[in-house]
Design a protein around this ligand. Structure first.
Ligand code: HEM
Length: 406
């Protein structure tokens, strides 16, 4: 357990303003809170989170009252609205497709990529300029490389795909902020991104050397009929669900490791596993802040009467710090059981990409730790939180030209 000042701590975020009383002033059971501004039930204990995450009365499936819009024809280019419609139709929530997708991202399927991730991280770390920002120069580009490699895109396509990722993320983030009307230039860039993505995804599924994802898309097309735009939306959804979170995961793990000299020395000497450092850093500062769902049928599972359409959010940070389940919850203590955190969700709400994400975060750390002349300045670490997720923005570093390990 680390006690050195500057060792990994719970990174600051916007506290959720909640009350221990329900909407009509009734007292609430321990671990359950009410957020009046958004009218959400907020779950903050492990016990209640366990209930919510396996409760059949609380779901995240598509809102049955949502008004859909027509999907694009095969020769059209999807508009932004149609892109999200495709995403809803054949996203990770699709009953049949999601099972195949989960198999493609199972630990046994992604395990073979571990060496490729380490090689990519090592190469990126070796190419670092003498000083700069690790988020821009290493962490995000490495996450993109690793993700494209896992998906099976050839390296010649990676630079263009990285640009496409940025366009798609811009549009997705605007949508989540409720911005639907985008400037003409953005709409045109989005259409170009969709066309490029379709071309590369079609190449991916036609290529003989299949990755688990390519094989999954191809098998599904053979069984159900081809749907190239749905494949595009799936790939975009995987990029959006994965790259920002893995970027944050590596960022908070670097902050933990480089903020504590003893920890860094121990990791370099093999006294402590990078896997444990990463897991503990993401317990204290989880990239995703909540699991969101809503009540589908009347129930009392959380100790109060819940009504259909009530919104329920599991506060991941709070659950990861629950003193009833986690001894000394705010201490950085690598080697804790994974069961004391829900960083990747749980049960039916377990992250589809957890295995590959963990491998990528550890490979990123290993690539950096191997370069003893790289000195990150954790005092310049910048992280923000928009209520849904944490995002890392900066981690300045400099290179020690003497190659020293200070
Ligand atoms: C450190 C990195 C990551 C963290 C902390 C994380 C965390 C989570 C969490 C907490 C959930 C549950 C959300 C909910 O049900 O509301 C989730 C779901 C999901 N994650 Fe991740 N994730 C990470 C990386 C990835 C990666 C790399 C991928 C892509 C391969 C991915 C794909 C998904 C998908 C598709 C879902 C939705 C699953 C479903 O609804 O069936 N995630 N993730």
């Amino acid at each position: 357990m680390s006690t050195e000042p500057g060792a990994a701590t719970v990174l600051p975020g916007e506290p959720l303003v909640t009350t221990g009383l329900g909407p009509t002033g009734e007292p609430l059971p321990p671990g359950l809170h009410w957020r009046p501004d958004t009218r959400q039930w907020v779950v903050r204990s492990h016990d209640l989170a366990d209930t919510v995450l396996r409760d059949p009365h609380i779901g995240t499936a598509l809102d049955p009252e949502r008004a859909g819009i027509p999907l694009p024809g095969v020769a059209d280019v999807p508009s932004v609205a149609q892109f999200f419609e495709l995403w809803y139709h054949r996203g990770a929530n699709h009953p049949t497709f999601s099972r195949a997708l989960r198999r493609a991202y199972a630990p046994s399927a992604v395990g073979e990529f571990v060496d490729a991730f380490v090689d990519l991280a090592t190469a990126r770390a070796a190419a670092l300029p003498p000083a700069g920002d690790l988020v821009a120069e290493f962490i995000e580009p490495f996450c993109l490389d690793g993700t494209f490699r896992l998906m099976g895109f050839p390296p010649s396509r990676w630079p263009a795909l990285a640009k496409i990722y940025k366009i798609v993320m811009y549009v997705i983030r605007a949508r989540f902020r409720g911005v639907l009307d985008l400037p003409e230039q953005t709409t045109a860039a989005f259409a170009a991104a969709m066309r490029y993505l379709r071309q590369t995804v079609e190449e991916l599924t036609a290529a003989p050397a299949a990755t688990p994802l390519a094989a999954c898309l191809r098998t599904y097309a053979e069984a159900e009929g081809p749907d190239p735009w749905a494949d595009v939306a799936t790939v975009a959804q995987l990029l959006a669900a994965g790259v920002p979170q893995v970027t944050t995961g590596i960022g908070v793990a670097c902050h933990a490791l480089y903020g504590d000299r003893a920890l860094l020395a121990s990791a370099r000497a093999g006294g402590i596993e990078l896997t444990d450092v990463a897991e503990e850093a993401m317990r204290l500062s989880p990239p995703f802040l909540g699991v969101y769902g809503w009540v589908t049928t009347d129930c009392d599972c959380l100790g109060v009467r819940l009504r259909p359409r009530d919104a329920v959010v599991v506060d991941i940070t709070a659950v990861n710090l629950d003193p009833d389940r986690v001894p000394e919850p705010t201490s950085f203590c690598p080697g804790r059981s994974r069961s004391v955190n829900i960083t990747f969700g749980k049960g039916a709400h377990y992250c589809l990409g957890a295995a590959s994400a963990r491998m990528q975060v550890v490979a990123g750390l290993a690539g950096l730790v191997g370069r003893r002349d790289v000195h990150p300045d954790v005092s310049g670490f910048r992280v923000t939180d928009d209520g849904f997720a944490r995002a890392v923005h900066a981690l300045p570093y400099r290179m020690d030209v003497t190659g020293g390990d200070r």
